[in-house]
Write a protein that binds this ligand. Structure first.
Ligand code: PEP
Ligand code: MN
Length: 289
């Protein structure tokens, strides 16, 4: 192992035992397997869908369109972490039911967020991947539950977290025996306010160097505006992301959450075709069913 990586890892070695999250000299990349879709392998996996599950019709329509454009995993929140308690909070279990219906009709696997330890069992009954959002990156009891849930976990970087804080939080999941963790860069809070967050694309190569886990990028929450999402999605693939998570809405103007950053279907279709070329340029390809 290169010396400075060894030194970086050394910083953590007084917390015994040795953290599982860090890459060791001989560690192979961890590949997360979701119904045969390998995340962290050769191919790049595209997750797409609305910010929130809003209705059965909305979800089924969006599932169909993202699937035909080439996405293989459907996203959609049933429990939404909103800034204001008066904003739409998600449909709860009803939303989970629509997700499993969309899963059945489209053949897509699904990912949805869990916000509370008390929802873990219920959410796991409906989803293929459990998402833990940025606001809960340091909710250690929730992370431990995710470590015991038996499902792959999509774990997002906190708004103010350094990469090492993020990785030690990931350790809470791994230490419970679950190594099926997908890391997700989704932008951090900086002084810059031209975008909703500052998408830290340098986190991708840094994370790939420090850990064996797959790393994906969410350019939607990372930027906050749909006009910038395709550029940053392409850049993310160019810097080595193992996948992307992108918000798509059939009518962004009518979305109950995050409309401004949601792609129009036609722009998602165009992006998918552009991504094939970027992936090829970096010696990879987009995973298609
Ligand atoms: C989301 O992906 O639905 C979400 C709320 O994202 P984040 O936790 O990154 O804000
Ligand atoms: Mn959102």
């Amino acid at each position: 192992m290169e010396r400075h990586i060894e030194e970086e890892n050394q910083k953590h070695s007084n917390t015994s035992p040795e953290p599982l999250v860090y890459r060791q000299a001989d560690s192979k990349n961890t590949v997360v397997n979701v119904n045969g879709i390998e995340i962290g392998g050769e191919k790049i996996v595209i997750i797409a869908g609305p910010c929130a599950v809003e209705s059965k019709e909305q979800l089924l329509e969006t599932a169909k369109l993202v699937s035909s454009a080439g996405a293989v995993i459907l996203r959609g929140g049933a429990y939404k972490p909103r800034t204001s308690p008066y904003s739409f909070q998600g449909l709860g279990e009803e939303g989970l039911k629509y997700l499993s219906l969309a899963r059945k009709e489209s053949g897509l696997s699904v990912v949805t967020e869990v916000m509370d330890t008390r929802q873990m069992d219920l959410v796991c009954q409906y989803t293929d991947i459990v998402q833990i959002g940025s606001r809960n990156m340091s909710n250690f009891p929730l992370l431990k539950e995710a470590g015991k849930c038996g499902k792959p976990v999509l774990f997002k970087r906190g708004l103010m977290a350094t990469i090492d804080e993020y990785l030690m939080a990931t350790e809470y999941i791994l230490s419970e025996g679950n190594n099926q963790v997908i890391l997700c860069e989704r932008g951090i809070r900086t002084f810059e306010n031209s975008t909703r967050n500052t998408l830290d694309l340098s986190a991708v190569p840094v994370l790939k160097r420090k850990t064996h886990l797959p790393v994906i990028v969410d350019p939607s929450h990372g930027t906050g505006y749909n006009w910038i999402v395709p550029s940053m999605a392409k850049a993310a693939v160019a810097v080595g992301a193992d996948g992307l998570m992108i918000e798509v809405h059939s009518k962004p103007g009518d979305a109950l959450s995050d409309g401004a950053q949601s792609l129009y279907p036609k722009d998602f279709v165009q992006l998918m075709s552009d991504l094939d070329k970027i992936a090829q340029a970096v010696g990879r390809e987009i995973f298609h069913h």
